[in-house]
Design a binder for this molecule. Structure first.
Ligand code: IPM
Ligand code: MN
Length: 371
């Protein structure tokens, strides 16, 4: 199979983790006889530095012509504390989502028994946690009218949703629930917000078409609490843009490290795959960032291209590294391996170079020197 993949390495640790994911895709291509053509393009602070804009038109063009997009991370501290900044790296990502109509952000939350000790939650509460968040990505308060009074004394952000915007993502979430445990939870604030009441109405109507899926409704403040108290109760969570942004970060800590989790943003055009972590500028260039989120995003990309066996093999390889304590510094601050070493190990697993018992001698050589 021949596919065109746009690669946006982005800012901070984006380039180094994305490079591991590309290595892994190359190992998959070699093992299964596929051809992946990569086109590199700019977005974020990197793009501002090089072109003056966070999302050059060329990047949109390349993404439109690709079968999938692999993205690293966005953001730079020099913009974070400057409310007056006219251009911001994040504007690039928001514009790309809108331009490609990537209206559904999908974030699976799973746990790994070898990492239970890292979770802020008790092991008994996280064992078996496995849910997925469908966050609406191109509407709501993120994209509503924004105004600041001329004298700077007042500002507003409108939150608007149309029935169509809700229906299209709700269908995806219902269909996914059918492939899982047939349960969907709509998270909203329908006791206060008009937009949330529209979400509830539309989802209640659609539920009639998916009578095999059990639907429940939860206010976002309660959901924030339930995700910590009893995360096992969830299967598919469906929610609007801003609530989804917040609860998906909250949910990401359950597994023990933000560095593990992948995401997919799908819609009308090519889908985009990115780890959920940020650009982590303090770690940039040190070869210590966790590439797992990016590599698992590549697995989601393979799933999206209907390469199921290939995607499973990547996930098996990741599980193998975690089970054998081949982990980065965020997971084991003393006995850790470099970003690039984890990438190589996963490639070796995919190419069949690792079998049964592992001779750790060579691997040990590439371990951190800081132990
Ligand atoms: C995310 C990020 C973005 C968002 C930022 C970088 C604009 O936090 O993908 O969750 O808020 O959507
Ligand atoms: Mn976020």
């Amino acid at each position: 199979m021949k596919k065109r993949i746009a690669v946006i390495e982005g800012d901070g640790i984006g380039p180094e983790v994305t490079r591991q994911a590309v290595k892994v895709l190359n190992a998959v291509a070699a093992a299964f006889n596929h051809e992946f053509d990569y086109t590199y393009c700019l977005m974020g602070a990197d793009a501002i530095d090089k072109t003056g804009t966070p999302l050059p038109d060329e990047t949109i063009d390349i993404c439109l012509k690709s079968d999938a997009i692999l993205f690293g991370a966005i953001g730079h501290p020099k913009y974070d504390n400057d409310p007056a900044a006219k251009v911001r790296p994040e504007q690039g990502l928001l514009k790309l989502r809108k331009s490609l109509q990537l209206y559904a952000n999908i974030r699976p939350v799973t746990t790994y028994s070898s990492l239970f000790h890292l979770s802020p939650l008790k092991s008994k509460n996280i064992e078996g946690v496995d849910f997925i968040i469908y966050r609406e990505l191109t509407g709501g308060i993120y994209f509503g009218k924004k105004e600041t009074a001329a004298d700077g004394s007042q500002a507003s952000d409108d939150c608007t949703y149309t029935r169509e915007e809700i229906e299209r993502i709700a269908h995806l979430a219902f269909q996914h629930a059918r492939k899982r445990k047939n349960k969907l939870t709509l998270v909203d604030k329908a006791n206060v917000l008009e937009t949330s009441r529209l979400w509830r109405k539309v989802v209640q109507e659609l539920a009639l078409q998916y009578s095999d899926v059990a639907v429940d409704y939860m206010f976002v403040d309660n959901a924030a609490m339930q995700i910590i108290l009893n995360p096992k109760q969830f299967d598919v969570i469906l929610t609007e843009n801003m609530f989804g942004d917040i609860i998906s970060d909250e949910a990401s800590v359950i597994s023990g490290s933000l560095g593990l989790l992948p995401s997919a943003s799908v819609g009308k055009g090519a889908a985009l795959f990115e780890p959920i972590h940020g650009s982590y500028p303090q770690a940039a260039g040190k070869d210590i960032a966790n590439p797992t989120g990016s590599i698992l995003s590549a697995a989601m990309l393979l799933d999206h291209l209907e390469l199921k066996e290939e995607a499973e093999l990547v996930r098996d390889a990741v599980n193998w590294t975690l089970q054998n304590s081949f982990v980065t510094k965020d997971i084991d601050p003393v006995n850790f391996y470099f970003t690039s070493t984890i990438g190589e190990l996963i490639c070796d697993y995919i190419s069949g170079k690792i079998s049964g018992t592992v001779n750790t001698e060579n691997i040990e050589l590439r371990k951190s020197t800081i132990i």
